[in-house]
Write a protein that binds this ligand. Structure first.
Ligand SMILES: Cc1cc2nc3c(=O)[nH]c(=O)nc-3n(C[C@H](O)[C@H](O)[C@H](O)COP(=O)(O)O)c2cc1C
Length: 216
């Protein structure tokens, strides 16, 4: 798969607003390294005045509702990749995709519709990490379909959900976005801390090992 004398290399492309996908990426980097792979990380930044991002944000409901139309329509915006030109020949592409309104966040859709994605995914194995409060299926379905349409070969998926039931994770999410902190209770409902818990991250090494074995 990789050239003679070269270690295999995974390219991880991701977007993260509140740092949860970044935590998954950190877990991926150390797991790939333990499997003898190199990793290259490419972070997507959304730089489009039509889609201002803020966190925390005072008018949290207005902020969230404003995202419904672009998310459901899979609209794209101006993004910047860091680094701007990720390597052309990775042995695997991993996409770290937060879920916004049941779909991949607009920066991920923008990347997957870009020429960069076209060049990177053609003929390449790819895996998808979905990050969400509670519902990731629509996110995975869209990224997988688009990756396959670009000529990529889907090799696996790992989902990360926030703890608690829908009401608990929603209340924690709202508090995090409004006040940048989550109380222990809201409206009498006990809350978990915001974000992915460490035991979920513990699934990363086995997932990475399985893909590394499969890809030889
Ligand atoms: C505009 C917006 C819409 C969201 N919609 C959903 C959703 O439909 N389902 C869900 O489980 N989580 C939803 N979330 C929560 C995100 O999935 C969660 O904040 C994100 O995955 C955290 O990743 P990050 O810290 O890397 O940004 C939404 C978040 C935002 C900002």
């Amino acid at each position: 798969m990789s050239g003679v004398g070269r270690r295999p290399r995974a390219l991880i492309v991701y977007f993260s607003l509140t740092g949860q996908t970044s935590r998954v990426v950190e877990g991926l980097i150390s797991s790939w390294s333990r499997c003898g792979w190199d990793t290259e990380v490419c972070r997507i930044h959304l730089e489009d005045p039509r889609y201002p991002l803020a966190h925390p944000v005072p008018g949290v409901w207005r902020f969230l509702l404003r995202w419904i139309p672009p998310q459901l329509a899979h609209r794209t915006g101006d993004i910047r990749l860091d680094p701007p030109e990720p390597s052309a020949e990775p042995d695997l592409v991993v996409i770290g995709s937060p879920t916004w309104w049941f779909n991949p966040a607009l920066p991920i859709v923008s990347f997957m519709q870009s020429q960069h994605a076209e060049g990177l995914l053609q003929g390449k194995p790819f895996a998808v990490m979905t990050i969400c409060r509670s519902a990731w299926a629509g996110n995975l379905a869209w990224v997988r379909k688009r990756g396959e349409a670009l000529g990529g070969r889907f090799v696996g998926h790992l989902a990360f959900r926030f703890p608690g039931n829908t009401a608990q994770s929603m209340l924690a999410f709202i508090h995090k976005f409004k006040h940048d902190r989550v109380p222990t209770h809201a409206w009498g409902v006990p809350l978990h801390p915001y974000g992915i818990q460490d035991d979920h991250l513990a699934a990363i090494p086995a997932f990475v090992r399985k893909i590394a074995d499969e890809l030889g």
